[in-house]
Design a binder for this molecule. Structure first.
Ligand code: INI
Length: 181
């Protein structure tokens, strides 16, 4: 009987040495965003990033994250960015506009520039929900975002040159893990 197909795999390693990261952080709700930032920096540190390869850029609120991220991406200095914010629901529709435009703007910036931009923007109904996700019950989303930045930076390096719909043979064979039959 024919052996089962065993596909090769392409993954981004969690090794940050030699990679550059920009972290864009909103000052709004800094009680939360400072905790997310500390955890993102901790993740990059543990993955081996160097001091001089990590920059922190502050913006007033989440709504300003996309433009800053797009300009940083265009600068060509970074291998990945992390966008950190915390949007808390209020009494008006303001929350909805800030949430949707922040998410849309960051995704557009990522797709327009091709640079990974990790979405670390909490969108919560209550402060308690945000606290849970910034170091309490829900872990710390900043740490997850830091690791995601490393993984996506590494993966992007491997996928460079591969365009959608083209043969995977354009991906260097050194990037692919293939199981021998
Ligand atoms: N910005 C946030 O980052 N979080 C919020 O919860 C928030 N709320 O609720 O208003 C918020 N508003 C400010 C917004 O991001 C812009 O900075 C402001 O509108 C100026 O463009």
């Amino acid at each position: 009987m024919a052996e089962k197909l065993q596909p090769g795999s392409i993954n981004g390693e969690l090794t940050a040495s030699g990679l550059r990261f920009g972290i864009v952080v909103s000052r709004f709700n800094s009680f939360i965003t400072d905790r997310l930032l500390a955890a993102a920096v901790d993740a990059l540190d543990r993955a081996g990033a160097a001091n001089e390869d990590v920059d922190v850029i502050r913006v007033p609120g989440a709504f300003e994250l996309p433009l800053a991220a797009k300009k940083l991406a265009a600068a060509g200095r970074y291998d990945a960015l992390v966008a950190i914010g915390c949007i808390l629901r209020g009494e008006t529709a303001h929350y909805d506009y800030v949430c949707s435009e922040t998410a849309r703007g960051l995704q557009l910036a990522q797709m327009d520039t091709g640079l990974p931009i990790i979405f670390c923007v909490l969108t919560c109904d209550t402060l308690e929900q945000a606290i849970d996700r910034a170091g309490l019950k829900g872990g710390n989303k900043g740490f997850e975002a830091g690791l995601a930045a490393v993984e996506m930076a590494q993966l992007s390096r491997k996928l460079r040159g591969a365009t959608p719909g083209t043969s995977a043979s354009k991906i260097p064979s050194s990037s692919r893990k293939t199981r021998r039959k």
